[in-house]
Design a protein around this ligand. Structure first.
Ligand code: GLV
Length: 297
């Protein structure tokens, strides 16, 4: 804020709720820059209301909330916040992998309900990671950082991506990854190609002992199909940080014990969120100054 205030006049949306669409449209008029969040849909309608815009700076690495083509057509720069959140998101992916395979959510819920009867040899048995296979769908910055942490847990890495990547792991077709992995972790962007990539058919290919982790975008997974697979025990569990209709959670998921439901916080460390906001500010200041943006989409 202080850096922006040095040279810009600010129109700040206050409060924790996303700005209502009509208000965004009204307030973007006459502005040169828009700093937005992944909860703001920036489409042709918003851009038409903001005829003076030069840059749309998303405080997120994912930018499926922005109509990039419409921005391109109007000559607008779009920026996101890559790199600064890679570490936080990769660590968090491992938190979810460990959390669901060791049943942390389920165990804590049981304890808080007062139902823990004491130590028992077969209480809350989970799956050990050592010697198991981690299948990564997408190996951009975050997928790679997740892969780099795998040796610490003794996991063998395989991945599916559009093209072979320079990482320590085997490149597999998606079907083969799904049928052989013990943990399938999603790190692809949301695009028309990845929408419902993990559907009923994909889930049916997985091992009954396997887990799905989603820190990418909700619609990559068909939540109704996932709830069905979890209920039928076609897979062992899932850990989700993102949802199809945030902040709504598919009602079929809420009653299941074998799913960890986390409210989209993979990048939520003080260090990372501060860096994300700072990067968006740097992008805006650069573009308004006639310089190239630091992290253009
Ligand atoms: C969060 O989901 C992001 O894309 O940064």
């Amino acid at each position: 804020m202080a850096r922006l205030e040095e040279t810009c006049e600010l129109d700040l949306h206050e409060g924790r709720e996303p700005i209502p669409r009509s208000e965004l449209q009204a307030r973007v008029a006459g502005k040169q820059a828009l700093i937005c969040l992944l909860t703001d849909r920036v489409d042709a309608e918003v851009l038409d209301a903001g005829q003076d815009l030069r840059i749309v700076a998303n405080i997120a690495v994912g930018y499926n909330n922005i109509d990039v083509e419409a921005c391109r057509a109007r000559g607008l720069v779009v920026t996101n916040t890559p790199d600064v959140l890679t570490n936080a998101c990769a660590d968090f992916t491992w938190a979810l992998i460990l959390g669901i395979t060791r049943r942390l959510g389920e165990a804590e819920r049981q304890l808080r309900r007062g139902e823990w009867k004491g130590w028992a040899l077969d209480h809350m048995l989970g799956m050990e990671l050592r010697g198991k296979r981690l299948g990564l769908v997408g190996v951009g910055r975050i997928g790679r950082a997740v892969a780099e942490r795998a040796p610490a847990f003794g996991m063998d890495v395989v991945y599916h991506a559009r093209r072979p990547a320079d990482i320590a792991g085997q490149h597999l077709a998606l079907d083969r990854l799904l049928s052989t992995s013990d943990v399938v972790s999603l790190h692809c962007p949301l695009t028309p190609e990845t929408h419902h990539l993990i559907d009923q058919k994909a889930l049916a290919k997985m091992k009954r002992t396997a887990y799905v982790i989603n820190t990418a975008r909700g619609p990559v997974v068909d939540e109704a199909a996932l709830a069905w697979a979890l209920r039928q025990r076609l897979i062992a569990g899932a850990a989700l940080d993102v949802y199809e209709k945030e902040p709504e959670i598919h009602p079929d998921l809420l009653g299941l014990e074998n799913v960890m439901l986390i409210p989209h916080i993979a990048s939520a460390t003080t260090e990372t969120r501060t860096a994300m906001a700072g990067l968006a500010v740097s992008n805006v200041l650069a573009v308004l100054d006639g310089a190239p943006p630091l992290t253009p989409v």
